[in-house]
Ligand binder design. Structure first.
Ligand SMILES: [Zn+2]
Length: 622
């Protein structure tokens, strides 16, 4: 299904770009624009600029730019359709669809989503309506999961037969291959299929915007020759380490509270959620990854990690600490009493006690210190040194020097040694750790998959940029002149020419007196570089002094384009003709064919006379 163009226009009209972006990063008004530190590259002074009137953003630091839709696509890693649907939901717009697909490739993608949804409905029905499923339902309810929670998270059940889902697919004539790609059925050597999930409680896994993308399956108690948990394999719509269970349902609450509680399992998540802890999220299915932390840290920097009170929980905590230190998040470790997990704890002690224990969370230094003293590892000097050493190795993973130093001082205080000796040793580890490739890789991931080469934007001349800007800002009556004289080959920069072509074909569809809408055009530009070039051309650039105080507009882009239109056309034409003439001259110098040389010379003559036409013409436009 495709979203109708009218609906897309409505979304762009109503979805205020400032309101949307403000939800993610703090914006500060400055003149007619808003400024922020760019979320797509590391910077100390803000060059990320948002224009409400134009509906566009552009970062003058790294070059990324676009409209409200491209922001969501980039920030939340959404597809175009997902971004439009998210905005429509937020601004109460009812979208209209039409048949057809966007591209061939998207057809498969849409099917993967569609079949995932159908499968989750199938599993859910099994749980509620089959005899076998009722058994599983009872098990869930015995463990305290209520029916409303089961419905809200669409929990399901996979029948124990080898062909439960398979028969359902065949009965409905769905495409088996698509289910195979989702990993829901597996092909045998003889070409037959069988179900991956059998006799398991099913937890559908949702994407950030609420589409079913995979499943987790848990055996019922007492079925011990099978792994307890099993997950869908990765597919085009599901990347394991980049998905957090429940995040779709809880991200608004996490944002509101500016804090998240991170647990490990599906059941932990559901029990906490059901008992009033709504800012929870689970790493379910994998051990926590840096990607998952980055996804979370876009919503909050305050993360509470909960671990079971047993040996395995402590090990997991120590491993997670090392990971967390590589991010800039503010994290605390919450240790549950022995033999408790979040699930059992909240059922036994209730919400208030749970919140209390969250409050008691420790930073990693206190956590390791207490753990060591519990294990009696602080009794002699050698053991003490070992603990300090471990802490310093962990601390060396922090990227920010100042942050490292603060923790180093805390370690010194805790163990009653001098700050100097601690910092010296720390710096040794920092050097070592810096050599580890891992650090570089992670750092690159951190600054996002941003790929624009700034030179691409700089290579578009100011003249070319201002012509693109004119086309987007001038009234309809003036545009005819531009398109009459200029075509895309007149642009020295081919990317600018590509944008021009899109603008022109859009212009040809416009009604008399309709203006070109730059915000809308951005959607039509498929390449990221093109969006960057256009948003760069359309948004005014500001210079900001250190410390956010002074803001000055540097470029003088507030000129009336009517006055310079003729002159700009003339300049571009002459530059373009000169280049074409040069090219032909070059070809003449190389050819040995007399006839060809003669033809080329004729061509040059034509171009020369055209050039003198533009040189003489004054282009008074009114
Ligand atoms: Zn940037």
């Amino acid at each position: 299904m495709r979203i109708k163009e009218d609906s897309i226009r409505e979304v762009l009209e109503k979805a205020d770009i400032v309101t949307v972006i403000e939800n993610y990063i703090p914006l500060r008004q400055s003149g007619r624009n808003y400024l922020a530190l760019c979320p797509f590259h590391k910077e100390k002074t803000p060059s990320f600029t948002v224009s409400r009137e134009k509906g566009l953003f552009h970062c003058f630091g790294c070059g990324v730019g676009g409209n409200v839709v491209s922001f969501l696509m980039k920030y939340d890693k959404l597809t175009f359709v997902d971004a439009i649907e998210t905005l429509a939901k937020k601004f109460g717009i009812k979208l209209q669809y039409e048949s057809g697909y966007y591209q061939d490739e998207d057809k498969e993608l849409e099917l993967l989503y569609e079949y995932s949804l159908i499968t989750s409905q199938y599993f859910h029905k099994n749980l509620l309506e089959t005899n076998e499923g009722r058994n599983a339902l009872k098990y869930l309810q015995d463990r305290g999961i209520e029916l409303t929670t089961i419905k809200a998270f669409q929990l399901g059940y996979a029948l124990s037969a080898w062909d439960g889902l398979l028969n359902f697919i065949k009965r409905n004539n769905y495409d088996l291959e698509v289910f195979e790609k989702l990993g829901l059925i597996i092909k045998k050597d003889n070409g037959e299929y069988y179900d991956r999930f059998r006799g398991r409680i099913i937890f559908p896994i949702y994407s950030v915007i609420g589409r079913v993308i995979a499943f987790g399956g848990r055996i019922l108690e007492g079925d011990h020759d099978q792994p307890k948990y099993m997950n869908s394999p990765e597919s085009r719509i599901y990347v394991k380490g980049k998905t957090l269970y429940g995040f779709f349902q809880t991200k608004d609450e996490i944002r509101k509270k500016d804090a998240a509680i991170l647990v490990e399992g599906y059941m932990d998540f559901l029990t906490l959620f059901q008992n009033g802890i709504k800012n929870v999220v689970a790493s379910a299915g994998t051990s926590l990854t840096l990607d998952q932390i980055f996804i979370l840290s876009k919503v909050t920097q305050n993360i509470n990690l909960i671990f079971d009170g047993d040996e395995a929980g402590q090990k997991a905590a120590v491993r997670t600490i090392q990971l967390m230190l590589q991010t800039d998040s503010n994290f605390k470790i919450v240790n549950l009493p022995e033999n408790e997990d979040p699930d059992s704890f909240i059922l036994k002690f209730g919400e208030d006690k749970f919140l209390e224990i969250i409050e008691s969370g420790q930073n990693y230094i206190d956590y390791i210190y207490n753990l060591a003293s519990q294990k009696n590892s602080l009794s002699d000097t050698n053991s003490k040194l070992k603990v300090i050493d471990t802490l310093l190795q962990f601390t060396s993973r922090i990227r920010d020097e100042l942050r490292r130093e603060i923790y180093a001082r805390e370690i010194a205080k805790k163990f009653n040694v001098t700050e100097n000796s601690v910092i010296q040793k720390l710096n040794k580890y920092v050097k070592n750790f810096a050599n580890i490739e891992e650090r570089q890789i992670q750092y690159q991931e951190d600054i996002d998959t941003h790929t624009i080469d700034k030179n691409i934007i700089n290579n578009v001349s100011p003249l070319e940029k201002s012509i693109l800007k004119m086309i987007c800002e001038l009234d309809h009556q003036y545009l005819g002149t531009i398109f009459e004289h200029i075509d895309e080959n007149d642009f020295i920069n081919p990317l600018a020419g590509e944008i021009f072509k899109v603008l022109k074909s859009h212009y040809l569809e416009l009604k008399e007196d309709e203006k070109i809408d730059g915000q809308y055009i951005i959607n039509k530009l498929e390449k990221e570089e093109l969006r960057s070039i256009l948003s760069d051309a359309l948004i005014e650039k500001y210079k900001i002094s250190d410390g956010w105080n002074e803001v000055q507009e540097v470029s003088n882009q507030n000129i009336d384009f009517k006055d310079v239109l003729g002159d700009s056309i003339k300049k571009l034409k002459i530059i373009s003709l000169n280049k074409k003439i040069d090219d032909l001259n070059e070809r003449i110098s190389k050819t040995t064919d007399l006839d060809e040389a003669k033809n080329l010379f004729e061509d040059i003559k034509k171009l020369m006379s055209l050039k003198s036409f533009y040189q003489k013409n004054e282009f008074v436009i009114d």
